[in-house]
Design a protein around this ligand. Structure first.
Ligand code: C5P
Length: 234
């Protein structure tokens, strides 16, 4: 798939999404977009089809986590939306991830890329120990989840750019690292805890950076997007 910048379309509805995308109509590059729960639950599969028809590549970020049979059937439905990437929680365990791959695979053998969320970046060592009763160091938990995702046939994981190098060392350079938590130097950090610049994410070995507010909330989103692309791919 190569490396790229993925723009998180964290909008509450179709109108705001269209207004944002219309600004890119004259842009020399068509952004790869992430559609998350907010927009998908507001608009349903029609928003995915509409964005696909506009010619964008799509990462459908719905983070499935249920019993293997349910995830397999849900993935079979999602496979018909023809997105480029989708995901599950690695915490669903190997049986669930294998079922997800099976469900996502179309009758002709093709399927979107499937990646796993490891430990959410909002989970701390303390909350993991207290609420989930997992006592290992969180970095080690992330690596173990990555290895299980790989063994289950998945293509990569969502992780912090700071973990990308270690994930590649453990799971191979072909195993995709998709990394949020990116900010321009001197930019507003917002609610993200551990952030890196696009340039630093490139040095750390991220394959895809997911960037939301630094682009969606910029005065000139196209300029911010192209700056991000320049720093990450340049
Ligand atoms: O606006 P911002 O650049 O912080 O957006 C980051 C995007 O990546 C959001 O859609 C957020 O939900 C998502 N994300 C994240 N951290 C994770 C997983 C997903 O920030 N661990």
């Amino acid at each position: 798939m190569g490396r790229d910048v993925i723009v998180a379309c964290d909008f509450s509805g179709a109108e705001a999404t269209r207004a944002f995308l219309d600004r890119f109509s004259l842009c020399e590059r068509k952004p790869f977009l992430k559609i998350g729960m907010e927009l998908y639950y507001a608009e349903g599969p029609s928003i995915v089809r509409e964005i696909k028809e506009r010619g964008h590549r799509i990462f459908l970020d719905l983070k499935l986590h249920d019993i293997p049979n349910t995830v397999k059937k849900a993935m079979a439905v999602l496979s018909r939306l023809d997105v480029d990437v989708t995901n599950v929680h690695a915490a669903g365990t190997r049986a669930m991830m294998e079922a997800a791959v099976e469900g996502l695979t179309r009758p002709d053998g093709t399927r979107p890329k499937l990646i796993a969320v490891t430990m959410l970046t909002s989970t701390s060592q303390e909350s993991m120990e207290r609420d989930l009763l997992i006592k290992e160091p969180i970095d080690e938990v992330v690596m173990r989840y990555a290895e299980t995702a790989k063994a289950s046939g998945l293509d990569g994981i969502v992780c912090s750019p700071l973990e990308a190098g270690k994930v590649h060392a453990r799971c191979g350079t072909e195993f995709l690292t998709v990394t949020p938590g990116v900010r321009f130097a001197g930019g507003d950090v917002g609610d993200q805890q551990r952030v890196t610049t696009p340039e630093r994410a490139k040095e750390l070995g991220s394959d895809y950076i997911v960037v939301g507010r630094p682009i969606t909330a910029a005065d000139d989103p196209v300029e911010a997007y192209l700056r991000c692309v320049g720093e990450f791919l340049g």
